[in-house]
Write a protein that binds this ligand. Structure first.
Ligand code: ATP
Length: 319
């Protein structure tokens, strides 16, 4: 069974107990572990796969709590560093009535931003079959250099590189800078997943169609995915393209749906790369991944809402 190493930030999402109100009006918040790369690592392990998280946490109660959550979920924690001087990042989430959300971050700087190239557990990264990352770790130094080094080491070791840009515009100095930096590492990835919103942002087009998706294609890419929330997902490979419908659910908080989807997909691909060349197999995997995403929207928070394999199989059976 191959190891999936997920690189980047882990933080605490404070999710309001009531939806459809502003942060000022929120009567209280639920403390939910999150951070897209950490969500992916836990999504993989909940589904029975092997994963590790690489990143930096504050040497504070929240940081140790998060490390504990990784361990409880059987995610390898030997790629985690603790920073003595900086706090674990926090994000306050606004839940809109339709289940979509906005984030307000506390990072001034937070520990994840202070990961250095020297902090990296290179042996762990080299032992991965799949190396997954986002773009938040590209925003500032020294984490940016750590991210680039980790990618290079993973690539040299023959890992499959998986990229989910996970756009969080408030964290970037400007939208132009976000677009430029996100695209600067584009052609290194073997697998890329974007959401409909990210597709529009990166292409500058308001059309979410094959032409706009394919404008993001690069020659070494093996699989491009576009997730469309309640409209499911689209896939593009060198030889085929198509879409797989979503499951119908009552979404209360979409946070982590995309990460759940990615974790499910990577968990299958890590042990069977023929999925990338076999459309029937890929469609089956995307159905499973869509189910994981759908289940994740039915509970508040990201990590608390990630399903086990048994949850997914019974959900699909009953759908
Ligand atoms: P995130 O909220 O983690 O940033 P994302 O925007 O990257 O997620 P989505 O498109 O929201 O990704 O969701 C990923 C997958 O989860 C979708 O392709 C879909 O299969 C499933 N999903 C998401 N939202 C819903 C929903 N409201 N109903 C059913 N399925 C959903």
């Amino acid at each position: 069974e191959g190891l999936i190493v997920s690189f980047g930030e882990m933080l605490i999402d404070f999710v309001p107990t009531v939806s459809g109100v502003s942060l000022a009006e929120a009567p209280g918040f639920l403390k939910a572990p999150g951070g897209a790369p950490a969500n992916v690592a836990i999504a993989v392990s909940r589904l029975g796969g092997k994963s590790a998280f690489v990143g930096k946490l504050g040497d504070d109660e929240f940081g140790h709590m998060l490390a504990g959550i990784l361990k409880e979920n059987n995610v390898r924690a030997d790629g985690i560093n603790f920073d003595k001087g900086a706090r674990t990042a926090l994000a306050f989430v606004t839940l809109r009535a339709d289940g979509e959300r906005e984030f307000m971050f506390y990072r001034n700087p937070s520990a994840d931003m202070l990961l250095t190239p020297e902090d990296l557990n290179l042996e762990l990264i080299r032992s991965a079959k799949v190396f997954h990352y986002g773009s938040i770790s590209l925003i500032v130094e020294p984490c940016r250099s750590a991210h680039l080094k980790a990618m290079e080491v993973a690539k040299d070791a023959g890992c499959l590189l998986s990229y989910d840009p996970n756009l969080r515009l408030p964290l970037w100095p400007s939208p132009e800078e976000a677009r430029k930096q996100i695209l600067s590492i584009w052609d290194k990835a073997d697998l890329i997943k974007v959401s409909d919103v990210e597709l529009e942002f990166l292409t500058g087009s308001d059309k979410i169609d094959d032409a706009s998706a394919l404008s993001l294609w690069h020659p070494n890419l093996k699989l491009l995915l576009v997730t469309l929330g309640e409209n499911g997902s689209r896939y593009y490979t060198k030889n085929f393209k198509g879409s797989v419908d979503a499951f119908h659910v009552n979404a209360v908080d979409t946070t982590g749906a995309g990460d759940s989807f990615v974790g499910a997909l990577l968990g299958k691909i890590v042990d069977d790369q023929s999925i990338l060349e076999d459309e029937a197999k890929l469609r089956e995997v995307l159905k499973f991944a869509n189910a994981c995403g759908a289940i994740t929207t039915t509970k508040k928070g990201a990590i608390p809402a990630l399903p086990s394999e048994a949850d997914v199989l019974s959900f699909i059976k009953n759908a």
